[in-house]
Write a protein that binds this ligand. Structure first.
Ligand code: M6R
Length: 602
């Protein structure tokens, strides 16, 4: 999704803007641009394509200036093109803006402005912001007044940074349902849509809330609400470093993040188990006796973690639990009330559908708990209680360490609730959990084996994944990982459903990835596997040493741990299979086509 950078200070703006945009590349984008303000003049350079195109385009322009804004665009309204790229300026080049989000009523506003004689350069929704701003600013008042008026007109979501030649000593930023952080540096103040863009300059940040604005100057920053009342904000110190947001010797962020999982899992568990008891101080005010229903809600990989978390919670707490895609939940008229607990899972904490689902749950009186990775993110702040995974920054679009740490936290959370409700605590799960990082380390050493399996997929168009119960969650995740990074079409099926349709797809040489780790159901999955082998499938089976797999040629034996924890181990070969297939096929592993790291639009 789009990225934003902004700088005002004693130094030059451009270096900050460009390094910040580079740090935000992982979010996915199709064009980029910058505006620098100098001697009461704006210089804007923008173009379609990667940042290296922008660097080329910048040659020959004088980009001196200590105030500037930058943007990477991920097209929503209008094709990727030079004109549709941000920043957008008014006709006489006195105002420049960058925008993330979607202006939902842009057509209506555009028509009104066209009637007033405004001419639009782009097909974007964002351009109405600068044209509208021009309209109000030229009718009197200062920039802040004009920005307030614009915000009263626009509907939708936005993170905005605005500069004006008439008020060259400030940047105005505003936020609603799209992330924006302000950083304090030694040179002045900066802003960005995500923390990695700031880390080379500062770890001291202020989080903007929805419907809040800030005025940045080189010496200070002031925050306001929409009634123009000044707000006090405390600085948050970011607990990770720039190095942790860089590749550190690995070819890709995805591979680095896969290898960070032992540490990420250890860090997520840290302090949660003490003398055999679960510790979740954040939850001390939640009365778990009142819930008669629980929802687990997320998107993509986070949803797959929810599938695991929901099964474990139901088993341990004897209450009906539903896992739902956030996009379905928010439009599904769910029957929920103050006796419903809703758990929201999100790496970024900014996913638009998950945030909207959370707001709906709050409106209906549910208790909301979020499991997020990014400190101070919108979902964390909007929920009643935020529980943090300690994965560290996840840069690759494909989620890996966020997924396993989400499962760890959700398993511990479910067990904590059982403890609080007086149900027997699964002590074996706690003991085994402690050993998971070591098992993950051992699995990572088997990488050459998984790379070998990936070679089977080199010339395949399709691949099918099968599993049951918790293994179904694992194969859903395996299939998503494979398709998103390698572009091999992959579908996951519940083993029992194969003969109801999907088995028609199996022919000589079709690759089937099967997972059978759950003792109560593995034999059934193995029967399903045999049915595919009978039709010519080339099966790769991930299982433990407990089951008879003589019918299958390619079998990988995972360590035999508590069945509820098996998804944590299965995740490793699934990730590495996808990774190596993508590498073999020459894909852009960290930035797969059409995808964005943080999906902040619906
Ligand atoms: O930041 P979130 O966890 O809310 O993101 C949810 C999905 O967009 C994300 O998991 C996506 O499916 C990943 N690309 C999967 O690898």
């Amino acid at each position: 999704m789009c990225g934003i950078t902004a700088y005002i200070g004693k130094g030059q703006a451009l270096p900050f803007l460009m390094q910040g945009l580079e740090k935000l590349e992982y979010r996915g984008y199709d064009s980029a641009g910058v505006t620098v303000l100098n001697n009461n003049q704006l210089t804007t350079v923008k173009c379609k394509g990667r940042l290296k195109n922008l660097e080329e385009a910048l040659k020959g322009h004088d980009m001196t200036g200590s105030v500037g804004i930058g943007h990477t665009r991920w097209a929503t309204h209008g094709i990727p093109s030079n004109l549709n790229s941000h920043p957008h300026n008014n006709a006489d080049g006195t105002l420049s803006i960058v925008h993330n989000g979607i202006i939902e009523n842009y057509r209506e506003l555009k028509d009104i402005l066209i009637d007033k004689g405004y001419k639009f350069q782009s097909q974007t929704d964002s351009e109405v912001v600068v044209q509208c701003l021009d309209y109000f600013y030229k009718r009197g008042g200062d920039l802040m007044d004009a920005v307030h008026k614009v915000l009263n007109c626009i509907e939708g979501s936005y993170a905005l940074c605005i500069i004006a030649t008439k008020e060259p000593d400030k940047i105005i930023v505003a936020k609603k349902n799209s992330p924006l952080v302000v950083g304090k540096t030694e040179e002045g103040y900066v802003a960005a849509s995500d923390i990695p863009a700031l880390l080379a300059y500062t770890k001291e940040v202020y989080f903007l809330g929805d419907d809040e604005m800030a005025v940045l100057t080189k010496d200070d920053v002031h925050f306001y609400n929409r009634r123009n009342e000044e707000l006090h904000k405390d600085i948050t110190v970011i607990p990770y470093t720039l190095e942790s947001a860089q590749k550190g010797g690995y070819d890709t962020f995805m591979l680095k993040e896969i290898h960070e999982q032992p540490t990420a899992i250890r860090e997520t568990m840290r302090g949660r188990i003490f003398n055999g008891r679960l510790v979740f101080d954040e939850l001390k005010d939640v009365d778990f006796t009142k819930f008669n229903k629980v929802y687990y809600i997320g998107c993509g990989t986070a949803y797959h973690a929810c599938l695991c978390g929901a099964q474990i919670f139901e088993l341990e707490n004897h209450v009906p639990v539903f896992a739902q895609y956030a996009s379905e939940f928010r439009y599904g008229n769910p029957i929920i009330d103050d006796k419903t607990l809703c758990v929201f899972c999100s790496q970024s904490g900014e996913t638009a559908d998950t945030l909207a689902a959370l707001k709906l749950a709050k409106e209906k009186g549910c208790t909301t708990i979020s499991v997020v990775n990014v400190l101070g993110s919108s979902i964390a702040r909007a929920s009643d209680v935020a529980l943090y995974t300690a994965a560290g920054p996840e840069i690759a679009v494909a989620s890996t360490k966020a997924y396993t740490t989400q499962i760890v936290l959700l398993s511990l959370f479910a067990t904590y609730v059982a403890q609080e409700l007086g149900y027997p605590v699964d002590e074996d799960l706690l003991t085994q959990m402690d050993k998971i990082p070591n098992y993950v380390e051992a699995l990572l050493k088997d990488d050459p084996i998984f790379e070998g399996y990936a070679k089977k997929l080199e010339n395949q168009h399709d691949c099918y994944f099968i599993g049951r119960r918790l293994d179904y969650a694992s194969v859903m995740e395996g299939a998503l990982k494979l398709k998103e990074v390698s572009y091999v079409h992959a579908d996951a099926y519940v083993g029992g459903e194969l003969k109801h349709g999907a088995i028609a797809l199996i022919e000589e040489g079709t690759v089937v990835v099967a997972v059978a780790t759950q003792p109560d159901i593995a034999a059934k999955t193995i029967s399903n596997i045999e049915e595919t082998i009978a039709r010519g499938a080339d099966v790769i089976l991930f299982t433990t040493d407990q089951f008879d797999t003589s019918a299958v040629k390619t079998v990988y034996r995972l360590p035999n741990v508590n069945p509820l924890l098996m998804p944590l181990l299965v995740a490793i070969p699934m990730q590495l299979l996808a990774y190596h297939t993508a590498v073999i096929k020459g894909r852009d592993v960290d930035k797969p086509r059409n995808l964005a790291k943080s999906v902040t639009v619906e």
